[in-house]
Structure formats: structure tokens, C-alpha cells
Design a binder for this molecule. Structure first.
Ligand code: PMM
Length: 257
């Protein structure tokens, strides 16, 4: 899954592609480099980011979603807002990626049921505007797993098909460095439930803490390594910035295995 943030302020690639033409070109390049899904987002989730209204979010993402979907690309829309998700599904997006696991907008779940759209449910502690909370976990992998399974079962109880649900432990969303590492290492514990697991570690700040590299765009080598680790440990989808390098590493890992 390639990341296309159409935002002025995402920590990892903010401001690179507020111009929709640039975002579309990048999405096409990511597919040519081997991405299966392009994840388009219009609202930054960086700690301290203020929520934006759905109209502004939609203004940013819609031309990009429309253009990529028209070319047959599998687009996921990274949004917490049902109004944005609905318009993007209408424009051809096929997956909804919700970092709130459908908690921020009560109309998101009925929309998914109505459209039969696959969903990514992500664990997040606290909110972006409060710079997230770092709860004291006894066993972060277990607590995140239980939360995600409860959300998945709530979806199924509402009528979302079990094959349409993927789970994501939410690397970086209110976790310490050690907890992020534990969640990647523990992907297999999440995967045994049978839902596909998505891991998004690319360029995140815990990599900066581990390596001393302050500039997110220079964290791709470690991000590629973590993507391979995540897949090795049972993840099915990795959300990444450097698609070409990740594909290259995974191709070699598969042969070595
Ligand atoms: N991370 C970000 C945004 N959306 N969605 C999912 N499912 N998982 C993530 O880890 C995730 C996400 C923030 O990172 P970015 O600024 O690199 O997009």
C-alpha cells in the first residue's frame, strides 16, 4: 500500500503533493513500482494536528481518488469522515482506511454495510489534536489485539463481511518506541485471528528515536527493513512511502525464504 498524503502538514511527506497533478503522478509512479493499493489521505494525523472539515478534506482528495480509480487502480481512502468516504467510494475508491476504527463518525459503519466496502480498522490511543495519549499498557500487543477484535466483531454484527475487514495496530499512534517495536514483532499474534493485518511503520518517529535520524524522508532504509519484518511476522499489507525499495527487499526475502 503506497502512501499519497494530499496535505500541507503530514510529518512524512506533507506539502509534497497538495497539487493534485503531483499526487496523481506519484500514485501512478507507485503503481508502476509495484504498489497494489494507493492510500489517499487529506487530513494529517501528526501529533498536534487540528481536525479539518470534511469539505476541505474532500476538496483535497477527490480529484486524486477520481483520477487514479478511473485508471483501474485500487484506491483506499484514508479518512475518519463518512461524508468523505461516501464521495470517494462514489468516485471509485474501493477501500476505507479509518484510523479511528469507525469511532469518530457513527455513520461510517452503516455506510460500509450499504456499500459492501472493505475497511481497515486501526488502533489509536487518544487524538491527534491532543498529541495522542500514551496509556500504560501491561501487554500492548494483547490490549491492541483485544480492541481490534472487538471492533471487527462490531463490524460483523452490523453486517460487514468478515473477508472485508483488515486490522492495523496503529504504529506511532500513542505508543512508546518499545511498544511500536513490540507491535511489529507481535504481528503474528494479531494475524492468528484470521483477518489480514496491515502495518504502517514507514518513516515514523520511533525510527528517528532508534536511529537518530531526525528527517523523516531519510528514514526509508529502516522503514524497508521494518516492512520486511512485518511481512515475515504475518502482516499481509505494509503501508509505505518507498514502494520500489520495499518491493525489491520483499522480492529477495521471498526467494531467500
Ligand atoms: N499512519 C498514518 C496515516 N494513516 N493508516 C493506517 N491504516 N495505518 C497507519 O499506520 C497510518 C494510517 C500516518 O502516517 P503518514 O503521515 O506517513 O501517512
Amino acid at each position: 500500500m503506497a502512501i499519497v498524503n494530499v496535505t500541507p502538514d503530514s510529518f512524512s511527506d506533507g506539502g509534497e503533493r497538495l497539487d493534485p497533478e503531483q499526487a496523481i503522478d506519484d500514485g501512478l509512479r507507485f503503481v508502476s513500482e509495484g504498489a497494489d493499493i494507493v492510500d489517499v489521505g487529506g487530513e494529517s494525523t501528526r501529533p498536534g494536528a487540528q481536525p479539518i472539515d470534511a469539505a476541505e478534506e474532500l476538496r483535497r482528495v477527490l480529484p486524486v481518488v477520481e483520477s487514479l480509480a478511473r485508471r483501474g487502480i485500487t484506491v483506499s481512502i484514508d479518512t475518519r469522515h463518512a461524508a468523505v468516504a461516501r464521495a470517494c467510494l462514489d468516485a471509485g475508491a474501493r477501500i476505507v482506511n479509518d484510523v479511528s476504527a469507525l469511532r469518530d463518525d457513527p455513520t461510517m459503519m452503516p455506510l460500509l454495510v450499504e456499500r459492501g466496502a472493505p475497511v481497515v480498522l486501526m488502533h489509536r490511543a487518544g487524538r491527534a489534536e491532543d498529541k495522542y495519549a500514551v496509556p500504560a499498557y501491561d501487554d500492548v500487543v494483547e490490549e491492541v489485539r483485544v480492541f481490534l477484535l472487538e471492533r471487527a466483531w462490531a463490524c460483523e454484527a452490523s453486517g460487514v463481511a468478515c473477508r472485508d475487514i483488515a486490522l492495523d495496530p496503529g504504529i506511532g499512534f500513542g505508543k512508546t518506541v518499545e511498544e511500536n517495536v513490540a507491535l511489529i514483532a507481535g504481528a503474528s499474534r494479531l494475524a492468528v485471528a484470521g483477518y489480514p493485518v496491515l502495518i504502517g511503520a514507514s518513516r515514523k518517529s520511533f525510527i528517528g528515536s532508534l536511529t537518530g535520524i531526525a528527517e523523516p524522508r531519510r528514514r526509508d532504509p529502516a522503514s524497508v527493513w521494518l516492512a520486511v519484518e512485518a511481512i515475515r511476522r504475518g502482516a499481509s499489507i505494509v503501508r509505505v512511502h518507498d514502494v520500489a525499495a520495499t518491493r525489491q527487499a520483499l522480492a529477495v526475502w521471498q526467494v531467500m525464504r
